[in-house]
Each structure stands twice: as C-alpha cells, then as structure tokens.
Write a protein that binds this ligand. Sequence first.
Ligand code: PMP
Ligand code: GLN
Length: 403
Amino acid sequence: MSQPASAPAPGRPQNQLLSGTGTTIFPVMSALASQHQAINLGQGFPDYDGPPDVIEAAAAALKDGRNQYPPLTGVPELRQAVAAHNLRFYGIEVDPDREVVVTSGATEAITACLAAVVDPGDEVVVIEPLYDTYVPSIRLLGGVPKIVRLAPPKWELPRAELAAAFTPRTKAILFNTPMNPTGKVFTTAELAFIADLVTRHDIYAICDEVYEHLTFDGWKHIPLMTLPGMRARCMRIGSAGKSFNLTGWKVGYVTCDASLQPNVAKAHQNLTFTTPPNLQRGVAVGLAKDNAYFEEFAAALQAKRDLLDAGLRRLGFGVLETRGSYFITTDVRPLGWAGDDMAFCRAITEQAKVTAIPNSAFYAAANPPSHYVRFAFCKNEAVLQEALRRLEAWIAADGAKAG
Ligand code: PMP
Ligand code: GLN
C-alpha cells in the first residue's frame, strides 16, 4: 500500500560522506549538453561503436545457454585472454586461474583493490588531479587519502612532496597512467621513483591503467608492475570500455599476484559477485585482437587529438600537451575569460552549444586551479570540426570576454 505523500522522512542521518558529496560531474554535464542540444565533448565516451567482432561474440554468447552466474573471478575465456594480453604487451607472466579478477568496470576494480588492502585508518597516497571516485572510495573504506598535486602545464611528479606523503600508516598508492584529465604518461624514471617508495615503505600499488592503449607520438604505457620488485605489490587495472570503445559495457579486469588475488576476489564477491558472462566473452575476443588493431586504434585517436589540439590552439585556447587518454586540457585565460572553469563550461554549453568538463572536478583538496577545462576528442572528426566552428563563432562574438 502506498504511503501518504506527507509521511515524514526519517530524522536519523544517512551516510554522511555520501550525503555530503554531489553527483559526479560527468552525468551533470551530459544532462546539460542534452538540455541545450550541445555537442558533448565533456564525458569521455566515443560517439562511434566498438569492434563488430567483439559485439557479435557477445551477442552470440547470449544465445548459447551460459546465462547463469559465471565463475566469481570471470569466465575462463576472458581470464586467459587477460593473461595472454599481459604477456604479449608487457612480458608479464600471469596465471589466469590465480592472478586475474574480472569486475564490472574499472570503477568496481578500483574499489575492490582498495578494499583488498585498506583497513580503517590506513593512508592511501593519491595523485591529483584525480579520477573522482578515488577519494570517496578510500573514505568509504575508512581509509585516509593523502593527496599529492601535480602542477600544470607539465604535470611532473613532485618527488620531494610525494616522498613526504608516505608515513608509517601508508598502506597503498593509487594512481592513473596514462592519466585522465592531464594526458600525462608516466615516464620510466617517475615510475622507478614510485617503485622505490613502494618497496621502502613495504606497501601496495593500485595502478589504474584504463588508457593503456591510448598513447600518442611514440609514448608507450609502462605498467609499474614491470619494474623490479613490483610484481607482487601491484594491482593492475584495465577496462574494456577504453580499449574497445565500449564504455557502457562496464567490464574491467585486475591483474595481481596470487597472494593478493583472493582478497580482490572477495571484495568483488561482496560488491557485485559477478559480471555479465556474454560481455566477458566479447571482451575476450577483443583482447585477443592482433597488434594491428591496437596500433590502428591509437593512430586513429591521435588523428582526432591532432585535429582538436590544432583547432583549439588556433582559437586562442592555451592547449596543454596530451600524450595519452581521451582528453585535452586547456587554459581558458588566454581567451580573456576571467570567471572560473565551471562558469566557462556552462557558458559554452548554453551559448556556443559545446560542452566540456571543468578540471576542478578532478581535485579533492582545497584551492584547485580554476581556469582549466577538459575537452574529449573521442568523437567523429565532423563532430570535432563542428564543435570548433561553434566555439570560433562564440569567441568572435566576444562570448569569452563576458566571463
Ligand atoms: N579510471 C579512470 C582514470 C577513468 O577515466 C575511468 C573512466 N571511465 C575509469 C577509471 C572507470 O572505468 P570503467 O568505465 O571501466 O568503470
Ligand atoms: N571516465 C569518464 C571521464 O572522465 C567518465 C566516466 C563516468 O561518466 N563516470 O569522462
């Protein structure tokens, strides 16, 4: 029986961390984009489809009678494909039965890996700007985030500050390379510095590597796990969403040592238990694709990056270098914009009909920079060109001077 509308809401407080957190910026900006019929260069998803053979494999898998709960750690086809992919691209030998956990997206994988090692009160070092689930996930587990900030425009690792963030209570470091939103690809020297801290403090590393195949200009992704001493300490996270243009599928995969895998699997068991089996079998076909697929995939994205990068520069944006990921960070001050990044994103959505993401959404500590804006280039080239035309008209009409 339905309750009368006037029934009072319970007075007891709900979870304070969630009550105190807003909805993540990505759907907020996507909703604003549809409301204003704007071209959406905000939320990072391609406007083109994934590989037909991967989609066919998932569709066929729906019809062959394996539609009940798959194995907890993932279907054997996908675990074997994750292991083979690790060996082919990085020379990492992986036992598919004891060192892989398939999850419902990298988002779940991040929480599962944190849960595998973090006890209440443990500190987790994170590198800012950061993906916006990191800090709430650490806090929900009772962990304490220790935030180290990279400085634009080069986003170099501030080594002394990073070293100072480690204490006897540090349990793990969680970081992202290739990096959203900066487009940074961590260098071997930076990774060696992190590896040394991880070893000296006897901690774990959670490596968010969802953009592993999205690197440009000869930059190559290096998993921290491949550095000396790191094999047993790292949990390496990949995502089919990013590697195969299938962001809605939410299939992620964790590779980690057999000593860590049981806890990651138990965290997954308590979060979602399993991930849709047909999608897993499609992703297994994707990970087995030949090297040409991965090379052409990166080259096609690089062409899109080049188009948007050159176009935004021509319009007068301050464009920061993007070495990997789906994203370009721009400084909007050279356009004459005096307001903040959120006001800029609202203005271009409502007036120019182009949507972007304010970079301050990627900061959890106080006083984030407020004049950087992120544009996604994983879109058809005609769409990128039209977005540039719209921005050009808006700038010509002095739209950017109004901020
Ligand atoms: N980490 C980073 C850095 C991301 O940009 C994303 C974006 N989706 C994720 C994790 C989550 O990936 P998934 O969609 O597979 O959950
Ligand atoms: N990772 C994507 C981005 O940074 C969005 C993911 C999401 O919408 N939760 O744009």
